[in-house]
Design a protein around this ligand. Structure first.
Ligand SMILES: C[S@@+](CC[C@H](N)C(=O)[O-])C[C@H]1O[C@@H](n2cnc3c(N)ncnc32)[C@H](O)[C@@H]1O
Length: 283
């Protein structure tokens, strides 16, 4: 058996950023492109020279996050949660299936079919968490690049380690509400398990629309109000107000997507606490 040295793994890992087909906009000057070859552990803006730390395959464009913190911020940074998140105990197992009304494998198939991903050049997995979507997307995309973006550094470190041998996938520590990509530049966007956590959903949707190419799809899996009457609606309201976690009825998502400028809204799944929807950028 041929052992792969740590140096080889790191080099292979770093290639994901160098070979990337995704251009990252400098969050400082908002117009320059970030260089793809790290120098002294940073990538630099070609226009203003600002430096952003690179850790493995993670580019940190968010050194500080100033938005109000809720309990779930600590949960998604808790090592134990990060380690078990995509395992049988939650996202890939029977408990997840009960809550979501669909297995992870079926959810992934549904979503990747919407994107018709083969042959595409670029896809962003917004709020990628441990990379449960990003890795299979990258394998399917083959020639193109997948970028996983998330707010939680522990999640990204786990995702980056798990993706060590996938050289068309890299990660950005950033905010979904302020995507660091050029206008009309990406072939698809996915956001599963997180839209309900963003403080400003209209702004996020408009931002996603801006960076997608005309005709590109945006897929979302998010929390649904389990239509069991006024009590559940009241609980959803308090959960949002005090926990920062929103839940939707599909009609509200359709309205929000429409107001942001998306067309062809489709609700593919709305069972128990989970809904999966998609829409397109007109083009
Ligand atoms: C429940 S996990 C979802 C992980 C994965 N996408 C999935 O489908 O299982 C939610 C993720 O959203 C991320 N998140 C929450 N708010 C965010 C924001 N404003 N920008 C980027 N990521 C965010 C959290 O850090 C967390 O990793």
């Amino acid at each position: 058996m041929i052992e792969t040295s740590e140096k080889e793994v790191n080099e292979e890992h770093a290639l994901a950023i160098k070979r990337s087909q995704v251009e990252i906009v400098c969050p400082g000057c908002r117009s320059g492109e970030l260089d793809r070859v790290p120098f002294n552990g940073n990538v630099h803006c070609r226009k203003c020279g600002a430096a952003y730390r690179v850790n493995g395959t993670i580019i940190d464009v968010l050194p500080e996050y100033t938005v109000k913190r809720y309990f779930w911020h600590d949960i998604v940074e808790w090592d134990f949660f990060v380690d078990v998140y995509e395992s049988w105990f939650w996202r890939s197992g029977p408990y997840g299936n009960i809550v979501f009304g669909i297995s992870f494998d079926d959810e992934f198939k549904l979503i990747s079919n919407i994107h018709q991903i083969k042959g595409k050049k670029s896809l962003v997995d917004i709020a990628c968490g441990p990379g449960i979507y990003s890795r299979p997307f990258a394998r399917q995309l083959n020639e193109g690049t997948v970028v996983g973006l998330d707010l939680s550094m522990p999640m990204l470190e786990y995702a980056s380690t798990k993706a060590q041998h996938i050289n068309n996938l890299f990660f950005i520590h950033g905010d979904a509400q302020d995507l660091p990509f050029f206008e009309n530049s990406l072939d698809g966007a996915n956001c599963c398990g997180a839209l309900h956590l963003f403080p400003d959903i209209p702004r996020t949707l408009k931002g996603v629309l801006r960076v997608l190419k005309p005709g590109a799809h945006f897929t979302v899996a998010t929390v649904k109000v389990p239509n069991i009457g006024p009590v559940s609606r009241k609980l959803s309201y308090w959960y949002h107000r005090y926990g920062g976690v929103k839940s939707f009825v599909p009609e509200e998502l359709e309205r929000l997507f429409g107001e942001a400028g998306f067309t062809d809204f489709v609700c593919h799944h709305a069972v128990r606490w989970w809904t999966i929807v998609s829409a397109q950028k007109p083009g």
